[in-house]
Structure formats: structure tokens, C-alpha cells
Design a binder for this molecule. Structure first.
Ligand code: C5P
Length: 411
């Protein structure tokens, strides 16, 4: 059964040439089992008639005038806001995005966006210069920070004759992404590779260098990804934890083994999540026999381990890549620097040290950062936190892969 079955979707249409594709979008959403109501701005009506959208949606179309007493008595704007499971604004014009970013409420659609508790998704469509303009980019960043999901825009030839980013993703892609996003199976048909636990860097047969890590967070992330229907491969350093049901576990000991196992698995992965506390250095030399404590001082020479996360992020066609950052201070600033330095799509950061969460504890809290901004995932048990994190990753991965596919299709 499609995850859009019985979903109540408001399609908000704003003024842009891509509005001509909306009847097909509405038809596809209905084919997937959704009940669709269309809300149009005044400018949208310059591109497509309410009658057309009424015919394809099978519902009266809601027009822009907030003060229309007939329309308000049939279903007022608050009822409409409460009715929706999802508000999909397609096409979302530069003007409408700006109005949303500022919280304006001067017509039905903008008012609805403020009044609804439903998830809001926008599919921007506009001239490529308008899309790339700092004002639009800033406005979109504001919306992303508020939890609004952005699908597209795709790149390609535009109605205005230019070529670049600004095309609305095709109706079939929008429908598919929405289904994936709001299904319980948010990561269906994806392969997710996760690292967890510490690594042990052997000094001699009985001693090693390691990091503090129980593996609980990585195992919880693997379980949550499995619950979201992904094919999960968990590459784990030494821990006491059982591999979650349905997850393919690969046990390793050292950072080099973890690196090799990840490289073997990652080429066809859609998402990579590096939760492991990988040892940054390993002893240059492994002593085959136990080192005897004969001298007062002992020097062990160390050499850098490969950075697994940065290597994955640097692949030619990398998966959606998520790193973890455990910081003792200035969490957000250090995490943002790591996001850039390692070239990853997202960093999930938490504070460790003088706090009673993280590391070996059962609870944790995270700040997630990507290029669009930061969001807090409040303190809770690691499995619940992992589920919340997987939801955020799925939303961003789906949005990203919609863009990737659109870019490929229009090349
Ligand atoms: O550089 P730092 O160790 O602080 O970065 C932490 C993130 O990088 C974690 O996601 C961790 O799994 C990953 N990492 C890695 N390989 C290393 C070191 C860290 O994948 N050698």
C-alpha cells in the first residue's frame, strides 16, 4: 500500500509557469491514494484555472481571498489548516518563499502555512538567477531551519530560455519523494552503512589503544534505520552489544579493518553514517610478544589512521554522508568546522565530558548541522534519539536524491 494512501494533502499553487504541471501532480497524488485539496494564490490563477484543478482534484478549489464569506463558511482557513496532513507548495515562487520566510499572512495560502501543524514541503521553481540570489538562498535557509522540507529545484533549460537551477521536479518525482518522506518506510529501497563502537589499536597481544565508546548510539542508529526499512550494514568495533534484528553485522577490531570493511560496502550505499569512535592513531609497530615493564619510561610511536568518514565523503559519487562529533566545548562551532573540513552532508554533534549523557550513557542529545543550518534533537533515550535522527536524515537524503535525479534527467 502506498504511504500516501488516505493522506490529506493540500497542494498550494503559487504564480509560476511550472503551475501548468500541477494537474498531473494532483492526478498522481490521487492515484497514490491521497485526498487532495488545492489552494491557489491570485497569481497562480494567471497560469492555470481553478476549474481545471477542481476537475482533477474532485474538490472545490480554495482561492486566495481570505475574506470570502462563502468560501470561509464552507471550510474556513483554520479548518483547512487542521485538515491537512501535508502542505505541498508547488511551484513555490521566489515571492511566496520570501513571504513565508517573513511569516506574512495576507492571503489564504500564506495564512494556512502559519496556522497549520502539518508538515510543509516546498518545490521552488523560478529563473535560475532568482534562485541563486542571496536573498532567495537566505529565505530558503530560514525555512529549512524551521523544519520545512525543500524538494528541488532541478537544473536544466528553463521556460525563460536560460539554463540552470530553478526547475520544479517533475510531478512523478514529487509524488515519489512525498510518498517516501511520509511513509513509515522512510528509507525503503536504500542501503545504509553505519560504523559503531570503538576501535582497538594493538600495541602487543594484551594491550591496545582505544577510545571510550559503548557502541550504544551506533547500534541504536542501525536499529532505527532497519525500522525505517533500509538494508543496513553495521560495521562495528569491539562491543558487548548484540547486532539488531535484520541488520547485517560485520565485526572488526582495528581502524584499518573498519576502513577496509566500509570501503567494501560503501560503493553501492545510499547513506553512510559514521558513529564509531575511530582511534585517530595506531602504533607504528606491533610487538608480537608482551612488552615487559623493565624501563621507567616507554615510548610508543604512533601513526595516523585513515579518516573513514572523510574518505567516504570524498568518493566520486558519495552516499549521503553523516558524521558524528563528540565535543567538550563550543559544540556547534567545532561541529560546523568539521562539516566543512570533512566535506560531509551532516554532522550530528553532542557534548561530552562534564555532562551525564553521551559516551557510555543510555541517553543523549544532539545538534544536527548541515549546510542549511542547525537543529536540536532534545535529550532522550538513545533509540528514540536515533529514530528522530533517522527521520531527519531520510528527509534530507530524499530531498537530495530528488535533486540528483532531476539533475541527471535534465543533463
Ligand atoms: O575527526 P573526529 O574524530 O572528531 O571526527 C568524528 C567523526 O569522524 C565520526 O563520525 C567518526 O566516526 C569519524 N571518523 C572516521 N575515521 C577516523 C576518525 C573519525 O570515520 N579515522
Amino acid at each position: 500500500m502506498s504511504s500516501l494512501c488516505q493522506k490529506r494533502v493540500i497542494v498550494g499553487v503559487t504564480g509560476g509557469i511550472a503551475a501548468y504541471k500541477i494537474p498531473e501532480l494532483v492526478r498522481r497524488l490521487r492515484d497514490a491514494g491521497s485526498v487532495v485539496r488545492v489552494v491557489m494564490t491570485a497569481n497562480a490563477e494567471q497560469f492555470i484555472t481553478p476549474l481545471t484543478l477542481q476537475a482533477v482534484s474532485g474538490q472545490p478549489v480554495h482561492r486566495s481571498n481570505l475574506l470570502d464569506s462563502d468560501a470561509e463558511s464552507a471550510m474556513n482557513h483554520i479548518e483547512l489548516a487542521r485538515w491537512a496532513d501535508v502542505v505541498l507548495i508547488a511551484p513555490a515562487s521566489a515571492d511566496f518563499i520570501a513571504r513565508m520566510a517573513h511569516g506574512l499572512a495576507d492571503d489564504l495560502l500564506s495564512t494556512l502555512c502559519l496556522a497549520t501543524e502539518a508538515s510543509i514541503v516546498i518545490a521552488p521553481a523560478m529563473n535560475q538567477r532568482m534562485w541563486l540570489h542571496t536573498a532567495t538562498q537566505d529565505n530558503v535557509a530560514v525555512l529549512v531551519n524551521r523544519g520545512i522540507v525543500v524538494f528541488g529545484p532541478a537544473s536544466g533549460s528553463q521556460a525563460c530560455g536560460e539554463t540552470g537551477p530553478g526547475r520544479m521536479p517533475e510531478p512523478a518525482e514529487l509524488t515519489e519523494s512525498l510518498a517516501a518522506l511520509y511513509g513509515t518506510r522512510a528509507l525503503a529501497h536504500t542501503k545504509v552503512v553505519i560504523t559503531a563502537g570503538p576501535t582497538h589499536e594493538a600495541i602487543d597481544p594484551v594491550r591496545n589503544i582505544t577510545n571510550r565508546s559503548s557502541g550504544k548510539m551506533g547500534y541504536a542508529v542501525a536499529q532505527a534505520a532497519g525500522e525505517a526499512d533500509a538494508d543496513v550494514v553495521l560495521v562495528s568495533g569491539p562491543t558487548q552489544l548484540p547486532c539488531p534484528d535484520g541488520v547485517h553485522g560485520i565485526r572488526v577490531t582495528s581502524a584499518l579493518e573498519m576502513y577496509q570493511a566500509v570501503m567494501n560496502e560503501v560503493s553501492d550505499a545510499d547513506v553512510f553514517i559514521g558513529v564509531a569512535a575511530v582511534a585517530d592513531y595506531r602504533p607504528v609497530e606491533f610487538h608480537k610478544q608482551k612488552i615487559k615493564k623493565t624501563s621507567e619510561q616507554l615510548t610508543i610511536k604512533l601513526i595516523r589512521n585513515p579518516d573513514i568518514l572523510a574518505t567516504v565523503a570524498g568518493l566520486d559519487d558519495p552516499p549521503y554522508t553523516v558524521g558524528f562529533a563528540a565535543e567538550t566545548h563550543n559544540v556547534e562551532a567545532h561541529a560546523r568546522a568539521k562539516l566543512m573540513r570533512k566535506g560531509v552532508d551532516m554532522i550530528a554533534a553532542n557534548r561530552v565530558g562534564d555532562v551525564d549523557i553521551g559516551l557510555e550513557s543510555d541517553e543523549n542529545e544532539l545538534i544536527i548541522l548541515d549546510r542549511a543550518g542547525a537543529k536540536s534533537l532534545p535529550r532522550t533515550f538513545k533509540l528514540q534519539l536515533a529514530r528522530n535522527l533517522i527521520k531527519e536524515i531520510a528527509i534530507r537524503y530524499r530531498a537530495e536524491s530528488t535533486n540528483k535525479n532531476s539533475r541527471r534527467a535534465h543533463r
